[in-house]
Design a protein around this ligand. Structure first.
Ligand code: IVH
Length: 670
């Protein structure tokens, strides 16, 4: 074959193998026999071996796994990868339905899907080609696991249309593959994986893609990027149908439901059928189907208000409670933990369980030596349900909380209206360590490489007493610590240095101000812009902010009135930390123009740009774009077929523009 013929043949083989693989793995409708597939595959492999330049990055032969990587790069998600709020029973589902109906009216369609128990991944395509795949990470930044994802046969390398988009889905390991993998590990003397989810995550975290290639993973896609306008769809169910046509592997069990009763029936049906599936599911995801409705419902900091994850009830098992251990948390609360004879619960081995507080131990009459029922509360945290009184021998010992802090020996106090016992010594080592652990955690400053163990070491070595001390650490000090190599020290110092650039909300959350969670930190950062401005705010000013209540306001002012706190903040400032909110890059915003300080709602279909683009441009001009129309809305831009939001705007007599007026304003102010 001459070169031109060879290139043509490679094109052809790529095309055929992609079609065959799609038909076989995704549609489950093979077009040719395995032998024919293998023959073409081998032919392509052979050509690529002799002519490496003819190996396309999306060649079907990448399924066997490419080169070993040095490490995973970071990927910043264009839109954060959120998680879902949980529902633990029928009542939670009904409450969800009520909230939805209150926001968008009674005419709502839900779509129910199986909640696959794996790990979330994002897949990006450009011109129909798979270009990048990432893990969720902290929701904002994940790891680039493209090469591993390429080995998964249900991840299409080429789509049926040359479009650019991002989809999200769940990577998982089928039950059978999991059992086989653990059998093989057992034979090889390796530690088995606790459950299919860990096995899938562990496989995708390997730097050698050949390992993932052998693990028989799959990806179900459950969401498609954008607001649908690009693809001419206006509901989640249509988007999934479209994604299926493009070649993605979509779970067939999805179902549209018109009422919450129907949703509950779906939940019951799958609760009964789940064990027959060949992959693990841990619940049912219920989503509002219409994109307009979804947009109107909007998001909290962590999750969309238009969806909820119903979790199957947890498995309950019995074991012996051998001891109670006490630990002191960040806020000084002393928490008792049950030490258990290890048992398998919902697929993972459990040896400890939270007992929450003394009252709970007394109320349930839990004693050391008891046989107890345990389960995983919600999803992951094991808890003691109750002792089995009939199993008592008389040797069980009732537990009482000590009068003094198990860490620093200062007297414990019970604050008014609280069940918890607290150590109120601000110098208590346990609290100091916990404060640092919180500061470096993902949603806070996200400093990788510092966990509980390192904090403990740093504290013992008298290197770090407060969070600001982290920024004074030097290579020579760290290298002295046990189990710290050159590489980890340099990674750690880089991570610390990088964290200086974080936007203000991460710092605010990291400081661990009582009652200031992720969402409140974000609101405060956005509202005040700088740490200095927030420091001087009084309660009156704070409570005028939407979504900031008395509790948070009191707590913030008390926090900043503390001399010790101010000293730490000064140290942080001197260390060069960014103390500004970066979210909207406020310093670059124009000071006048049609959108400055205006709250805008976009609804209906726009022709000249997507709603996402319009949002970005309005925000760049100082406007705020929100999802629902209220009396605080200044302007509603109504595209074609605008629905309930337009009606609401008219009711509230809010200014309404059509697309041409929007374009004019965007043009005028450029
Ligand atoms: S929708 C905004 N649908 O469950 C998040 N999630 O907390 C939208 N999951 O991390 C998620 N099956 O990885 C959705 N059919 C499904 C799912 C699903 C599994 C995972 C997902 C997410 C977690 C929910």
């Amino acid at each position: 074959m001459d070169r031109i013929e060879l290139e043509k043949r490679v094109e052809e083989l790529n095309h055929l193998l992609h079609q065959y693989a799609h038909a076989y793995y995704t549609l489950d409708q093979p077009l040719v026999s395995d032998a024919v597939y293998d023959q073409y595959f081998q032919e392509l492999l052979a050509i690529e071996k002799d002519h490496p330049d003819l190996r396309f990055p999306d060649s079907p032969t990448v399924r066997v796994g490419g080169e070993v990587l040095e490490g995973f790069g970071k990927v910043t998600h264009e839109n954060p990868m959120l998680s879902l709020a949980n529902a633990f029973g029928e009542q939670d589902l009904r409450d969800f339905d009520r909230r939805v109906q209150e926001a968008i009216g009674s005419n709502v369609t839900y779509i129910c899907e199986l909640k696959i128990d794996g790990l979330a991944v994002s897949l990006r395509y450009e011109n129909g080609r798979f270009v990048q795949g990432a893990t969720r990470g902290d929701g904002t930044v994940g790891e680039d696991i493209t090469e591993n994802l390429k080995t998964i046969r249900t991840v299409p390398l080429r789509l049926q249309e040359p479009i650019s988009l991002e989809v999200r889905g769940e990577a998982y390991m089928p039950k059978q593959s999991f059992v086989r993998l653990n059998e093989a590990r057992d034979l090889a003397g390796e530690e088995p994986f606790a459950n299919p989810r860990n096995a899938a995550a562990g496989s995708l975290r390997q730097l050698d893609p050949k390992i993932a290639a052998r693990r028989n993973l799959a990806v179900f896609v459950y969401g498609i990027g954008g607001d649908g306008t690009e693809y001419g769809v206006d509901s989640h169910s249509d988007a999934l149908d479209y994604a299926e046509k493009l070649g993605f592997y979509i779970n067939k069990s999805r179902k549209r439901c018109q009422t919450i009763e129907e949703v509950i029936r779906y939940v019951e049906e799958w609760t009964a059928k789940r064990s027959a599936l060949d992959y693990e599911i841990d619940g049912i995801v219920v989503k509002v189907d219409g994109f307009e409705d979804q947009e109107q419902l909007g998001f909290t900091a962590r999750s969309p208000r238009w969806a909820i994850a119903y979790k199957f009830p947890a498995e309950e098992v019995t074991t012996t409670l051998t001891d109670v251990e006490l630990s002191v948390g960040r806020t000084g609360v002393v928490t008792p933990t049950a030490i258990l004879d290890p048992v398998l619960v919902d697929g993972t081995t459990v040896g400890r369980a939270s007992l929450h507080n003394e009252d709970l131990i007394l109320e349930k009459d839990i004693r050391i030596g008891d046989t107890v029922i345990i389960r995983k509360a919600g999803d992951i945290i094991p808890e003691v349900v109750a002792p089995i009184i009939e199993e008592r021998t008389g040797d069980e010992v009732p537990f009482t909380m000590p009068d003094n802090c198990p860490e620093c020996d200062s007297e414990l106090v019970r604050l008014e209206e609280e069940v918890a016992l607290r150590c109120v010594n601000p110098q208590c080592p346990a609290q100091m360590r916990e404060a640092i652990i919180h500061f470096v955690s993902r949603n806070a400053m996200n400093i990788e490489g510092i966990g509980e163990r390192v904090v403990e070491q740093l504290y013992r070595a008298e290197l770090v007493y407060d969070v600001a001390d982290l920024y004074t650490l030097e290579r020579e000090q760290l290298i002295e610590l046990e189990r710290m190599g050159e590489k980890s020290v340099s990674n750690l110092l880089t991570a610390i240095e990088q964290s200086k650039e974080n936007s203000l909300e991460k710092l605010l959350f990291g400081l661990g101000i009582r009652h200031v969670g992720v969402k409140a930190a974000e609101i405060l950062a956005e509202e005040f812009g700088t740490l200095d401005a927030l420091k001087t705010a009084d309660v009156e000013k704070l409570i005028t902010i939407h979504e900031i209540g008395d509790k948070v306001a009191e707590s913030v002012t008390t926090y900043f009135a503390n001399e010790d706190v101010l000293k730490v903040l000064e140290k942080l400032q001197n260390a060069g930390l960014n103390l500004k909110y970066k979210g909207l890059a406020q310093e670059n915003l124009p000071s006048d123009g049609p959108f400055v300080d205006k709250t805008v709602v976009l609804t209906g279909k726009l022709y000249e740009m997507t709603r996402g683009e319009a949002k970005k441009r309005i925000e760049a001009l100082g406007g705020k774009v929100t999802g629902s129309v209220s009396k605080n809305t200044d302007l509603v831009v109504a595209g074609e077929a605008a629905g309930s939001k337009l009606t609401r705007a008219e009711e509230l007599e809010i200014l309404v523009w059509d697309e041409s007026q929007l374009l004019e304003a965007l043009g005028e102010s450029q």
